[in-house]
Design a protein around this ligand. Sequence first.
Ligand code: ADP
Ligand code: MG
Length: 251
Amino acid sequence: MELKNLISDGDKVQVYECDGKCVKLFKDPKEPKSVVMYEAITHVRVEETGYAKIPELLEITRVDGRYAIVYEFCEGKTLEQVMREDPSRCDEYLGQMADIQVEINELTSAKVSRLKDYLNRSIDGLDMIDDVKKYELLTHLNKMPQHTKLCHGDLSPDNIIVGKKGTFVIDWMKAKQGNASADVARTYLNFCLKHHTEWAETYLKKYCQKTGIDVKYIREWVPIVAGALLKFKRPEERELLLAWIDMADLH
Ligand SMILES: Nc1ncnc2c1ncn2[C@@H]1O[C@H](COP(=O)(O)OP(=O)(O)O)[C@@H](O)[C@H]1O
Ligand SMILES: [Mg+2]
């Protein structure tokens, strides 16, 4: 397979358009096979829910010794591009994104991993917060209601593609089953970490208006999700994430 049209060059993967297909190439030749297979199986499990807005996984292959997952190519622009090109309509786009969030959280998949387990493991393994804080976060997490809703795990405008054939949601690697409010808190934090605080608040407001969920339930998840995000040790996120944890009332 010859890879020519590079669409995206991220930390871990490059994405190419190739003969009308999307090839997601893992950059590290030593990428564990389990990571690649985990992304694939998680994606397929979401496909099996019957969700219409997910591209089909076509194959797993190797290109020059590196793993690649081949997906159906979604024509269009990412919602991030669309928002950048027409900022005056951002409120409307954030509303559309909240609709997608609601749609996803209405689905269930008994086979995808549990969000609560993932959050517990992520916080438990942290070395940049003290044991008291860690204990408070874990206690807070374990008091939260355990749901089994499908959560995307990283819903953000760059993981949504809008085109003539419709809207698609991609990048399901972090999909889990759990509490939808945690999924919304993750999207909220994604916006905050990119310094789009205004969008974060608008998104929250729109989601709560659409679902009737009290914003306080989502805010309760923010320190927990912030804690879990610390495990990625991204220097540019550290200060903000620690502030979200410190500001929280965990009692
Ligand atoms: N199936 C697809 N069809 C079209 N473009 C895609 C597809 N999958 C990914 N892309 C493009 O590649 C970018 C990165 O892909 P993504 O799976 O989100 O990887 P990551 O965010 O981990 O780098 C997306 O934002 C989008 O522009
Ligand atoms: Mg992505």
